[in-house]
Design a protein around this ligand. Structure first.
Ligand SMILES: [Zn+2]
Ligand SMILES: [Zn+2]
Length: 312
């Protein structure tokens, strides 16, 4: 469906160490009936309760196997099991996802009431959902690590109502069929003719796109097309400019580098996450990023929700 809601809940926005205000990384995306988690840091399930998101998670995408990005999965699956979940859960991630799922089964003493499957993803591998695709891309974090791009299918072009009427299509259900891409037949016995959707629809319009980098140095070098033109680019911004050397050493990005990436990749809005616990006030991050990127820059607080609108 083209008109689905697309909401991003920032359940954990901290870097490697939590703070009283920020939980370890966890982003929940709701698109229509689907709920997906991207990373699942410690305490994620309580954040899901606070955000009133429920536990009906369809899949979990882990960016890499640093503990701040997956420790919350243990408690979450235990709660899902207590809640009577029977639907399978798929955990996607880079190399070592199978080892992680095996460990998860051991830690939970094989007591889970639903199956968990681990699926390894690599650079440019993708997972298809109803109406959108999630594509993994390799990032630079000194270990196997992936970013993810959620991209909706293109929407049909705008419906030319006047054009349809001029062609003799009566207003009503036939309009809807044309908008859904069906060819219809109009007229009466002996004078029937077909109207094809391309006669009354404009060029297809792009769907929405969210890119989440996970932990990485600035991504514009290698990410390419898959990370381009995001409505929301959610980028590692662990450090400010004073710590640029440390960022490079530990395979993270500064807020300024995230701004540069957003600019090069033509993002619409930049979201800075994974802010180090050393910063009690991240306003310097906003101004650093703003020097390189002219669009809106957001540093969400935990439990903030951003709704992603269509571009037109
Ligand atoms: Zn991290
Ligand atoms: Zn990491």
């Amino acid at each position: 469906m083209s008109g689905e809601t697309l909401q991003v809940y920032f359940l954990g926005t901290a870097g490697a160490l939590p703070t009283p205000q920020r939980n370890p990384p966890c982003i929940l995306i709701r698109r229509g009936p689907d709920t997906l988690l991207f990373d699942c840091g410690e305490g994620a399930q309580q954040q899901m309760m606070r955000a009133r998101c429920g536990f009906l998670v369809n899949a979990i995408f882990v960016t890499h196997w640093h503990a701040d990005h997956f420790l919350g999965i243990f408690g979450l699956v235990q709660t899902m099991s207590f809640n009577g979940r029977t639907e399978p859960l798929t955990i996607y991630g880079p190399e070592w996802v199978q080892e992680f799922v095996t460990t998860l089964r051991h830690v939970t003493r094989f007591n889970l009431k639903f199956p968990i499957e681990g699926v390894e993803l690599t650079d440019r591998s993708w997972v298809r959902f109803d109406g959108y695709t999630i594509t993994a891309f390799a990032v630079s974090h000194g270990m196997p690590a992936l970013g993810y791009a959620l991209e909706e299918d293109p929407r049909p072009g705008r419906f030319n109502r006047e054009g349809a009427i001029a062609l003799g299509v009566p207003a009503g259900p036939l309009f809807g069929r044309l908008q859904r891409g069906e060819t219809i037949t109009i007229g009466t016995e002996g004078a029937r003719r077909e109207v094809r959707p391309e006669e009354v629809l404009g060029t297809p319009r792009p769907g929405r796109k969210i890119v989440y980098t996970g932990d990485t140095r600035a991504i514009h070098a290698g990410a390419g097309e898959i990370a381009r033109n995001a409505d929301l680019l959610i980028h590692d911004a662990t450090y400010d400019e004073c710590e640029a050397a440390r960022a490079a050493e530990f395979y993270h990005a500064t807020a300024a580098q995230a701004g540069e990436a957003a600019s090069v990749l033509s993002a619409r809005t930049l979201v800075l996450v994974h802010v180090s616990s050393r910063y009690t006030d991240a306003q310097a991050h906003i101004s650093d990023a703003g020097k390189r990127f002219s669009g809106p820059v957001i540093i969400p607080n935990d439990l903030d929700m951003v709704e992603v609108p269509f571009r037109d």
